[in-house]
Design a protein around this ligand. Sequence first.
Ligand code: RP5
Length: 200
Amino acid sequence: MSQDEEIIRHALTAEHGVLVSSQGVGADAQGQPKVLVTMGSDSDLPLMMKAVNTLRDEFGVPCLIQINSVHRDLRSVVRHIEDLPASVQVIIACAGGAAHLPGNIADLRADLPVIGVPRDLGALKGIDALLSMVQMPEGAPVAVMAIGDAGAVNAAIHAAKELAIADPAIKERLLSYAEKRKARVQKQNEGLEQKLQGFS
Ligand code: RP5
């Protein structure tokens, strides 16, 4: 890649985030982003990759990933969120501690659903983030998921459900995902007798 191309790529990434799809990341990814997965710091990334991978592997939904810190660079958050590509229909926002990112985005984007994922972090282990996200005043809702891993995966499923209202292919994949969960219970029941013998 030439230096000019590198500069353009960097500017696009700063303004819109990195596209991730089933085909890959960034230049390798294909399709229009349907979900923005954003977070306060790249230290949140391992947790949010559970949301990104669920979107891409289970539902084939391309997403944008972008870091947005309302405590370190509020002005750029306003710019990024106001200028999102029109294809983005749902926003997933993760933060830990005094987690103001999802609520601030809910105010900036009255037109898009915002799903909050509280990170299990620090002295209060995510309770602080959960309460910061969930206690929004009337008028700017954030759909808050569980703290940590389950919350990240559920955020992706919830986003897919919202997209499925207008997308039958995603609806199909949601139904297949539910079938896989049912099959897991059946498999556990089949192995139960042998497990019980191990306890006696
Ligand atoms: C929050 O502070 C971030 O979302 C992250 O969860 C937490 C810690 O950030 P770092 O200090 O690791 O950058 O704003």
